[in-house]
Design a protein around this ligand. Structure first.
Ligand code: TXA
Ligand code: MG
Length: 322
């Protein structure tokens, strides 16, 4: 099988209805979609990604008004967040409806739900007529795709189609929040919606649990896996660019322009003005180019730990862990 590359939303929706796998653009990253209510389709997602089944999937809806199809006992705090931030890069973990297969939630009593803001994604889900389970469209643990071509490079032989909606605008995955019955929320994964924006609506948010290093222990949330989003080339986080070891060919992933650029074998500048929104949009593509450039080592510096910088530092940390 070689995946069909298309911009035909109706065709893609029909494939989903027929239990096929369709990767599609969202504003965060490309997702690998299947009918969330069809355990056979969901099983194919896990197979295509070679993803362990203890790692639950996000269910995507066309509109917030569909929420009761997959979630129940939704706490007030979730409605506050939904009103302000959906559609958009925010995933809420809520008590699940019985119709959501255990495979989607890895047997957890909760389901992760979001409404993407990309118009093509909304149209696709609306026309499919079913909730769509979609992890990022990359093999487990590798760099997330932000273009249709990235998906083809990674999964062309394992899926049925890719719906091309252009490059993802945000560039990192959604922020994942656990909403508790007592109306407190906990951050499970930093992402495309900043903690600052969330706290402006719901007040202080509890941090997430410690990173779990043992990948074989069932996870409260697989966003907690230590290694993820990883290039094949070793990646090291340095304080100063000069900390590069002598002898290796080195690629550099930099937030803004750097004076010593000529010293390195490959350089990726994420934003000429050092701006975090632009840097986030370019992050995974730049990492992918460095990985393909043939360097022996990728160097990166931590981003400012504010706003989207938190999501980038999280991805960087896990890309460097092996
Ligand atoms: O932006 C995104 O969220 C993208 C696009 C395609 O929507 N999707 C995505 O899916 O990143 P994935 O499978 O790569 O990440 C799923 C995340 C994991 O970090 C996991 O922690 C969390 O969702 N998750 C899913 N179900 C959960 C549950 N029942 N309880 C806790 N966390 C859950
Ligand atoms: Mg992923």
């Amino acid at each position: 099988m070689t995946a069909l590359l298309t911009t035909d939303v109706q065709l893609a929706a029909e494939l989903l209805r027929a239990g096929k796998l369709v990767a599609f653009a969202t504003e965060t990253v490309y997702g690998l979609g299947g009918n969330a209510l069809d355990p056979a389709a969901v099983a194919k997602i896990f197979e295509a990604k070679q993803r362990p089944t203890f790692d639950p999937l996000i269910v995507h809806l066309a509109a917030a008004s569909d929420l009761s199809r997959v979630a129940q006992d939704v706490p007030d705090v979730a409605y506050q967040l939904i009103e302000r931030f959906w559609p958009g890069p925010l995933t809420l973990v809520l008590p699940k409806q019985p119709c959501v297969p255990d495979l989607v939630t890895s047997g957890l009593p909760s389901v992760a739900v979001r409404v993407p803001s990309h118009p093509m994604a909304q149209e696709l889900i609306r026309r499919a007529g079913v909730p769509i389970a979609a992890p990022s469209a990359n093999p487990f643990g590798r760099i997330s795709p932000t273009t249709a071509q990235h998906v083809l490079d990674l999964l062309a032989d394992d899926i049925d189609a890719v719906l091309d909606g252009g490059p993802s605008q945000v560039g990192v995955e959604s922020t994942v929040l656990l909403c508790q019955p007592d109306n407190t929320v906990q951050l499970l994964r930093p992402g495309g919606l900043t903690l600052e924006e969330i706290e402006a609506v719901v007040g202080p948010v509890a941090g997430r649990a410690q990173t779990v290093l043992d990948q074989h222990v069932p996870q409260a949330s697989p966003g907690l896996l230590a290694q993820h989003y990883a290039p094949r080339t070793p990646l090291r986080i340095v304080e100063h660019w000069e900390d590069a070891p002598v002898g290796d060919t080195v690629g550099v992933l930099s937030l803004g322009p750097l004076a010593s650029a000529s010293r390195y074998d490959a350089v990726e500048i994420l934003s000429e003005t050092g701006e975090l929104t632009e840097a986030t949009a370019h992050f995974f593509s730049a990492l992918r180019r460095l990985d393909a450039s043939g360097v022996e080592l990728i160097l990166a510096q931590r981003f400012p730990d504010v706003g989207l910088g938190r999501a980038l530092n999280d991805r960087l940390q896990r890309a460097s862990s092996r």
